[in-house]
Write a protein that binds this ligand. Structure first.
Ligand code: BES
Ligand code: MN
Ligand code: ZN
Length: 499
């Protein structure tokens, strides 16, 4: 994308633009910062006093320095207690530093320097990742140059570090993740007239350059496999459905892969059970699960992860039409189970039913994790802070929870139980696509998916309706499409599954 900021590491030098530095809650600076600020030390102390700035975590002090001092603009960010900082704090402060840059700054230096010891290369790299994620903008469709926030000029941003070569090396794997997040965000933000199933599939072909094998199943291929649950959802659309299978083989030969599966409803009108018009435009993001899987496959391949992984995304458009699926229709899924359609707006589970079945049967994966903007009910339950986690495997659930805490992409485990499962028994078919009422809607949706998990494959379902789009704005995400899940799952793989 044009107009994006450019980033580099360099040894500590202040440069001519803005300078961003950090201090703890005792207003103490790291040694490189103290040295650089020496000529302005009394000024900074005075300003801090008059602004009642105490270095509390997340607070900031902004100063214009008089002529004769090294930089004109100085931002001091408080980090609280340095000893308490964790990985996600370094990400946050990198993002915050970028966010605090004065709008006019074309050049800026951020000092990765804290009191009480040298910042490690990995921590500096985390700050760089945070700054890059914060700098993301989706402005492809803004044609007018604007002076305001919408269209800032590209900036040259330097992260000052003790050892630039070491930081750069540590950043390489994070760079792959940053790219993966950007890819996922772009896909979610794209408008639905541009990004329909075929076009989404076409974009995944870019992964081939990284050594990912990409296979696209068209309607004919899916019909042959008996995927009538997925095909029923797409049958009212002018755009044909697709499944994309992305394979990265960085692990041992013949070792079972990890499978990641994404709901890719490129637009969800609700179909014949049509949604109200208010806010319907947000349903362009109903492919956030598929976007995450695509971004994750990019990240794994770009950092040459030592793992076998397969990403499968079910791409459809859910439209009302003369040929659209009706409430009352009964379809036979690839599994052989028949499904009675009660509500055509409960379409994501129909798509996943066939993709999950196919993934387990075809790849016999070590586990499969699906991501889906599946239910409004999960937003009622958890808001925008946690994704809902449902799993038939305690170990996998525990690992996902841990990766969530480390990365800040939080998941909260929700229940599965036969009492909920009963609700989706159908009068006319094996199963129906909604529960008995609205209550526990995220759970009955997960119970539906569980019926399509073949061969007791360890499985986790992440309901990302509240986190994948229009989610909480954070110091490292100001984008509508958040790219949620790429960092979480990359971390899960890195911590537990690489040989
Ligand atoms: N894509 C929606 C879920 C959704 C809602 C995602 C809000 C993001 C924000 C899904 O296909 C849907 O329509 N679910 C229905 C299910 C119901 C008909 C059983 C819902 O949640 O209302
Ligand atoms: Mn729907
Ligand atoms: Zn949907």
């Amino acid at each position: 994308m044009a107009d994006i900021d450019s980033f580099a590491f360099s040894p500590f030098t202040t440069g001519k633009g803005a300078l961003v530095v950090f201090c703890d809650e005792g207003l103490k600076f790291g040694s490189a910062t103290a040295k650089a600020l020496a000529p302005a030390a009394s000024l900074v102390t005075r300003a801090a006093k008059s602004e009642r700035f105490t270095g509390k975590s997340g607070s900031a002090l902004e100063l214009v320095l008089p002529a004769g001092l090294p930089v004109a603009r100085l931002v001091v960010i408080g980090v609280g207690k340095v000893s308490a900082l964790t990985e996600k704090d370094f990400l946050k402060f990198g993002g915050m530093a970028l966010g605090k840059l004065p709008g006019s700054a074309a050049e800026a230096v951020i000092f990765a320097d804290f009191p009480g010891g040298v910042v490690k290369a990995a921590q500096a790299a985390d700050m760089m990742l945070g700054a890059q994620l914060r700098s993301y903008r989706f402005d492809r469709y803004k044609t007018k140059k604007q002076d305001d926030e919408d269209k800032p000029k590209s900036r040259k941003i330097t992260l000052g570090v003790a050892d630039a070569a070491a930081a750069k090396k540590a950043f390489a794997s994070r760079d792959a993740v940053a790219q993966g997040v950007r890819i996922a965000r772009d896909l979610v933000n794209e408008p639905p007239n541009v990004l329909y199933p075929e076009e989404f599939a076409r974009r995944t072909l870019a992964l081939k350059k990284l050594g990912v094998a990409v296979e696209v199943l068209d309607v004919k291929a899916m019909a042959k496999l008996g995927m009538n649950a997925l095909l029923g959802v797409g049958q009212g659309s002018r755009h044909d459905s697709r499944i994309v299978v992305m394979r990265w083989n960085g692990g041992k030969k013949n070792e079972a892969p990890l499978a990641f599966i994404g709901k890719g409803v490129c637009f969800d009108t609700g179909g014949i059970s049509i949604k109200p018009s208010a806010g319907m435009e947000d349903m362009k993001g109903d492919m956030a699960g598929a976007a995450c899987v695509t971004g994750l496959m990019h990240a794994l391949a770009a950092r040459k992860a030592k793992v076998n992984a397969v990403g499968l995304i079910g791409l459809v458009e859910n439209m009302p039409d003369g040929n659209a699926q009706r409430p009352g229709d009964i379809v036979t899924s690839m599994s052989g189970q028949t499904i009675e359609i009660i509500n055509t707006d409960a379409e994501g589970r129909l798509v996943l039913a066939d993709v999950l079945w196919y993934a387990a049967k075809k790849f016999k994966p070590k586990f499969m994790i699906d991501l889906a903007t599946l239910t409004g009910a999960i937003i009622v339950a958890l808001g925008h802070e946690n994704a809902g986690l449902f799993s038939n495997d305690d170990k996998l659930a525990e690992r996902l929870t841990q990766s969530g805490l480390v990365t800040g992409e939080l998941v909260w485990r929700m229940p599965l139980a036969p009492e909920y499962d009963k609700q989706i028994d159908s009068k006319f078919a094996d199963v129906k696509n909604t529960g008995a009422g609205r209550w526990g809607g995220a759970i009955t949706a997960a119970q539906f998916l569980l019926r399509f998990v073949a061969d007791k494959t360890p499985w986790a379902h992440l309901d990302i309706a509240g986190t994948g789009m229009d989610s909480r704005q954070t110091e490292i995400n100001k984008s509508w499409g958040s790219g949620w899940g790429v960092r979480l799952l990359d971390r899960l793989v890195a911590d537990h599954y690489e040989s």
